[in-house]
Design a protein around this ligand. Structure first.
Ligand SMILES: Nc1ncnc2c1ncn2[C@@H]1O[C@H](COP(=O)(O)OP(=O)(O)O)[C@@H](O)[C@H]1O
Ligand SMILES: [Mg+2]
Length: 254
């Protein structure tokens, strides 16, 4: 598979910067979504308890305990999310040794609501062992999000009657002796064989709504290669697509 990622003019560099800024705006809307959900939950539990007290209804201790714990759970969820945003704004350039599961979880957390609202199941691996990589985690997250957005577009644009087909994006994590491979598989419409070699080219897009610049894969590949990794895509027309994001495994005790 050839990639030909060449950014060859000042204008292209500016457009890439604009695309990355657009990604930040998109993320702001996802953040609003993501915070709204726990806030609505907290409000509902608190309001329910307040009404019970005002109306002097008998409320069992267990029920109060349950509602209070749910409120605390939701607050913790928001805190974790906000903490991550804080890291994101402070640490943009830093490389660190980090567990690959943590990066996957963080990339998903920012956009999970978008998948949920479109009825797309987003599955990801639960942490089973420590798999470290030495990268700027925020860059890898950005690359993963670009791939996830492509999967989301592919599923949304796949218009065949698909009542028996699942709408899903599955992320899995594999390893070799020296590498980790993050695989992202979707059940979108796939990619025509004859354009497969163009998809990493700057400004190559098949999306005609004018909103897409065709820079997602260019940027994702650039980021992964900067981290000494590799990005490949294979696809089956009408069945789906898998992206393979490979990064060097970091061995802590060597
Ligand atoms: N998961 C996918 N399923 C189907 N087609 C894909 C997928 N990922 C990428 N593509 C194809 O590659 C093209 C380039 O992707 P990208 O660089 O992200 O640009 P954009 O999303 O702006 O079109 C897309 O327009 C689409 O044709
Ligand atoms: Mg894209």
């Amino acid at each position: 598979m050839s990639s030909n990622v060449t950014i060859n003019s000042e204008k292209q560099v500016l457009l890439i910067r604009a695309e990355r800024l657009k990604a930040i705006r998109e993320m702001a809307s996802s953040i609003a979504h993501e915070l709204n959900q726990p806030l609505s939950g907290i409000r509902a539990f608190a309001e329910n308890l307040l009404i019970s007290i005002e109306k002097k209804w008998e409320v069992k201790d267990d029920e109060i305990k349950h509602k209070m714990s749910r409120i605390i759970e939701q607050v913790d969820r928001m805190s974790e999310f906000i903490e991550h945003l804080h890291d994101l704004s402070n640490n943009e350039q830093e490389e660190s040794v980090i567990n690959a599961y943590t990066i996957i979880k963080a990339s998903i957390q920012m956009i999970a609501a978008k998948f949920k609202s479109r009825g797309i199941a987003l599955k990801f691996p639960s942490e089973s062992k420590e798999l470290f990589i030495k990268v700027n985690p925020f860059k890898i997250e950005e690359a993963i999000r670009k791939l996830l957005y492509n999967s989301l577009d592919a599923i949304e644009n796949f218009t065949v009657d698909r009542y028996d087909l699942p709408k899903s994006v599955v992320i899995s994590l594999k390893t070799t002796d020296s590498k980790i491979i993050i695989e992202i598989t979707d059940t979108g419409g796939g990619i025509e064989q004859n354009i497969l070699e163009n998809i990493f080219d700057p400004f190559f897009t098949t999306k005609s709504n004018g909103k897409k610049l065709g820079l997602g894969l260019t940027i994702a590949k650039q980021i992964i290669e900067e981290c000494n990794g590799d990005l490949q895509i294979i696809s089956n027309l009408g069945i789906g697509t898998t992206a393979f994001l490979t990064l060097p495994l970091y061995k802590k005790n060597v």
